[in-house]
Ligand binder design. Structure first.
Ligand code: TYC
Length: 104
């Protein structure tokens, strides 16, 4: 800190600098099953996770082939909300689609 800054600190009230803490992040993952249609999974990825169509298709195929896949990474509350939205939409449409969150 230079002389001018120190002098300004003496005149003005100096607030202690708050450390900025990064929130924990959570991956939201979709799980494969044999009954949910590919179109419905693409629709979920477009609406709940705001993926462009081509990326939604790519993620859906990855989940279909590999068993699970990441839809996005969010803070805890947002990840919990996405998981609930997927389960609510799946239940309403009578699909067994499952979605989980995992600490990064
Ligand atoms: N396996 C499903 C089918 O063949 C498609 C599917 C993909 C289901 C991804 C769930 O998370 C999922 N119709």
């Amino acid at each position: 800190m230079g002389r001018i800054e120190r002098e300004l600190d003496e005149i003005q009230e100096v607030k202690p600098k708050k450390k900025t803490r990064r929130p924990r992040l959570y991956k939201v993952l979709l799980l494969n099953d044999d009954y949910t249609t590919m179109d419905f999974v693409v629709y979920i990825l477009e609406t709940v996770f705001h993926k462009p169509h081509e990326e939604a298709v790519r993620i859906m195929l990855h989940v279909h082939q590999r068993g699970m896949g990441v839809c996005g990474v969010y803070t805890k509350e947002i990840a919990e909300t996405k998981v609930s939205m997927v389960h609510d939409l799946a239940r309403k449409n009578q699909y067994p689609l499952r979605c989980i969150m995992e600490r990064e």
